[in-house]
Design a protein around this ligand. Structure first.
Ligand code: ZN
Length: 297
């Protein structure tokens, strides 16, 4: 009996059909939740759909969308099951969540969850202390010196934490601008060109917040001619919160901003990194050049 069994095994091995036991690819995909429903950007239904599409196009993710009631509606029933997901993408800037939902999200993040903050998600929840630790830096919503320092680069490339008083969050004109990679050794930035042109967007400046456990991955020069600050502002960051990982991109104002292949690449890589701690995706062939914007429709 034993001999017959091992013979059968040998035949199976020779035929190379051991792969039958590998689970279907579908089961291995990383589960991602996009949260939307309120935003000062009216295009949020389109950007959620676009981001879901960009993420699923990698073959790595399955994406659900949780939509809150509209502004002023009862939030009591808004209780996503965060624990089901490896990453939560915040496309939300609106009413406060119920206390129990906030606590569930904090627990999820502290115990190793993943979060990606996109554009105006760093305007959200000015009063929620733990959320502000997760995003590192934020703007608007009455943020000022009570919320933490301004963080930006001086002319020698040194990061400054500036405790001077003043409002947090502003931006100049809507324009295309160059992104400079500041940390080339992070899994999200590895292999990305040192500088690349981002399609038209708002260049957030004067952000401020606790900025703890935060690494700036990329900055952009906020030109005075574009009504900016005249300094290099943080554009993309990673933050750790307990065992959780956060990728924060300030980019993504308009649909055309999110069609930039640079935005898309960082979104795809950022979600994979917060979910797994690794990035397996190669740099796409249509990544923007130093002076050349590239978009995908
Ligand atoms: Zn905007």
């Amino acid at each position: 009996m034993r001999r017959i069994y091992s013979k059968a095994l040998m035949i199976v091995a020779m035929l190379g059909i051991f792969s039958v036991s590998v689970p279907a690819q579908k089961d291995r995909k990383i589960k991602v939740l996009i949260i939307d429903g309120q935003n000062n950007h009216d295009n949020w239904p389109q950007t959620s759909k676009m981001m879901k599409g960009w993420l699923e196009a990698t073959g790595l993710f399955t994406v659900d969308i949780a939509t809150t009631p509209s502004h002023g509606g009862s939030m009591e029933g808004f209780k996503p099951d965060f624990e089901q997901y490896k990453a939560v993408v915040m496309n939300y800037n609106g009413d406060a969540w119920p206390q129990s939902t906030k606590e569930a999200f904090e627990k999820y993040m502290r115990s190793g969850g993943g979060m990606v903050s996109v554009h105006a998600a760093d305007n959200a929840f000015p009063e929620w202390v733990e959320y502000n630790k997760m995003i590192g830096l934020g703007g608007w919503g009455g943020r000022n010196e009570k919320d933490g320092p301004y963080v930006y680069y001086d002319s020698t490339g040194k990061i400054l934490r500036d405790n001077s008083s003043g409002v947090g969050g502003s931006h100049g004109t809507f324009h295309a601008f160059r992104i400079d990679i500041r940390d080339k050794d992070h899994p999200i930035t590895r292999g990305v060109p040192d500088s690349w042109m981002h399609n038209k967007d708002e260049l957030y400046d004067r952000l401020r917040g606790p900025a703890e456990h935060m690494t700036i991955l990329a900055s952009a020069y906020s030109a005075k001619e574009e009504r900016g600050t005249g300094r290099d502002e943080p554009i993309m960051m990673v933050i750790s919160y307990g065992k959780g990982r956060i990728f924060h991109t300030t980019l993504g104002h308009a649909n055309e901003s999110q069609q930039c292949t640079g935005f898309i690449t960082f979104l795809q890589r950022g979600v994979e990194w917060v979910a797994t701690g690794k990035v397996t995706q190669p740099l796409p062939k249509d990544f923007p050049g130093k002076d050349e914007v590239r978009v995908r429709k």
